[in-house]
Design a protein around this ligand. Structure first.
Ligand code: AHR
Length: 506
């Protein structure tokens, strides 16, 4: 047996759990050009009667997103939902403190629901309420406006605004990143735990079946991490269903090897939140389990943004400025794929996840105002995982050659998971973290009636810095890999250096 070969065994008797379709969610925030000139551009040649860009809608469908979180993010902590409903010409322009922009409210709640309907039945709303500058009363008013059928002031107002049918929003976020000092209305864990519990209790009085997400930590590196979750859940355990996690990754000081191992942090973050939530559950002698909503995750060159933010002219309040428009390389897409693998590997407890964000803002889809829309490198792993990552996650324990990283020490070169669909076919998702060496892979298949490889697709490039741009929108796409074989119950493949791989077995 060669030490340079990575191995694992697949056996349908050993599973992690069923993938919740909500794992392939995304996020639309009123930030930069995500909404305006992103999904919504009434003057665009492809715009429909609602002002939605149909070229973007096509790409959103192809991406395979399900749940879409809205309207923020940091934006929600100053959000007045009343501004975003009713006749568009009467909607006020407001200062958005989170992103130092002017919010015109031309796109609002009703337009968001219409956008989801246009995507298709797989698209589900995930609405955040403002617990930064507002509280219980405004959350209840929004819920009544959105969900109550009729016969009350706010439900009748919705109908008068043209939306006779209630929006039926099931999934609600109780604020956003309330642990972060940057958040408008930032709170201590005790303060937030109380307001989250009281908001949840009241929202359940309107509708006991709502599903509620309490804010967890903005990253595992927050000084309050874990203590925050414990305090918040101590207050709200029986009243909420999920606790949120947010994580963004970038190379620090050019350390690509650690960057490629970002999923090590993501997996430990998930496991630590599960441990914390279960500890609180045990202390409370509760039978209930709190699930995880990883409702912001991505590669984000955050330190570049922080540098840029220092230079922004604070006297101007632009409309839909170009903010956070990261252009992703092949390396970024491989890390991104590995983050998807991390989510799938924890599908038993991560039951909601939102790629932040959907269009233009740290996004898989880019647009040019009045111009085309195109796919970033990160588009492909997400679309493939959403299409083929539905079913039961098999328990994958790799025996892999390793490499040394500054941040995480000795790390496996292989990061992998596998999902078994209802029809018995299996898809292996695998990343080779080596920047220089191909990685031979052997997978033993036990008790699986699989006889052929129907596809091996890889995202890799001789230039790991290659990207898709406005001028060259199809520079990077996945390519088929030859030579992958399934014989006598063993799958053999070679994973190119620095690659994201999808291997489908039937
Ligand atoms: O996704 C961009 C921002 O990142 C969100 O507004 C905020 O919640 C997070 O800090």
């Amino acid at each position: 047996m060669s030490k340079s070969t990575a191995r694992f065994t697949l056996d349908p008797a050993f599973t992690i759990g069923e993938v919740n379709p909500r794992l392939f969610g995304s996020f639309v925030e009123h930030l930069g050009r995500c909404v305006y000139t992103g999904i919504y551009e009434p003057d665009h040649a492809t715009a429909d009667e609602a002002g939605l860009r149909t070229d973007v809608l096509d790409l959103v469908r192809e991406l395979g997103v399900t749940t879409i979180r809205y309207p923020g993010g940091n934006f929600v902590s100053g959000y007045k939902w009343e501004d975003s409903v009713g006749p568009v010409e009467e909607r006020p322009r407001r200062l958005d403190l989170a992103w130092h922009s002017t919010e015109t409210n031309r796109f609002g709640l009703s337009e968001y629901i219409a956008f989801l309907k246009k995507i298709g039945p797989q698209a589900e709303p995930m609405m955040a309420v403002n617990l930064g500058t507002r509280g219980v009363a405004e959350a209840l008013e929004l819920q009544e406006y959105a969900n109550h059928p009729s016969g009350t002031a706010l439900s009748d107002l919705r109908a008068a605004h043209g939306d006779k049918e209630p929006f039926g929003i099931k999934l609600w976020c109780l604020g956003n990143e309330m642990d972060g000092p940057w958040q408008t209305g930032h709170k201590t864990a005790e303060e937030y735990g109380r307001i989250a519990a009281e908001t949840a209790r009241a929202m359940r009085q309107i509708d006991p079946s709502v599903e509620l997400v309490a804010c967890g930590s903005s990253s595992q590196s927050m000084p309050t991490f874990a203590a925050w979750e414990a305090t918040v859940l101590q207050e709200a355990y029986e009243l909420v269903d999920h606790i949120s996690l947010h994580a963004y990754y970038e190379p620090i000081d050019g350390d690509l090897d650690s960057f490629l191992a970002s999923a090590v942090d993501m997996e430990s973050f998930i496991e630590n939140v599960v441990a914390t939530a279960d500890h609180v559950g045990a202390r409370l002698k509760s039978k209930k389990k709190i699930n995880l909503s990883f409702d912001e995750w991505n590669v984000w060159y955050l330190s570049r943004w922080e540098e840029y933010a220092k230079t922004i002219d604070k006297t101007g309040w632009p409309e839909a400025p170009r903010l956070l428009e990261d252009n992703y390389s092949v390396t970024d897409a491989v890390v991104f794929g590995s983050l998807l693998i991390a989510l799938l590997r924890h599908a038993d407890r991560v039951t909601v996840a939102c790629l932040a964000q959907l269009v233009n803002v740290i996004a898989p889809i880019m647009t040019e105002p009045g111009g085309p829309a195109w796919r970033q490198t990160t588009f492909f792993p997400f679309a493939q995982a959403s299409r083929h990552g539905r079913g039961e996650v098999l328990d994958v324990r790799v025996d892999s050659p390793t490499y040394e990283t500054r941040k995480y020490g000795e790390t496996d070169l292989l990061h992998a998971t596998a999902v078994r669909a209802e029809d018995g076919t299996v898809t292996v998702f695998a990343v080779n973290r080596s920047r220089t060496e191909p990685l031979p892979l052997e997978v033993a298949l036990n008790g699986l009636d699989l006889t052929s490889v129907t596809e091996h697709s890889a995202l890799a490039d001789a230039d790991p810095d290659a990207r898709n741009t406005l001028d060259d929108p199809e520079r990077v796409t996945p390519h088929p890999v030859e030579g992958t074989a399934l014989r006598d119950g063993t799958l053999t493949a070679v994973l190119e250096p620095l690659s994201w791989n999808v291997i489908r077995l039937a």
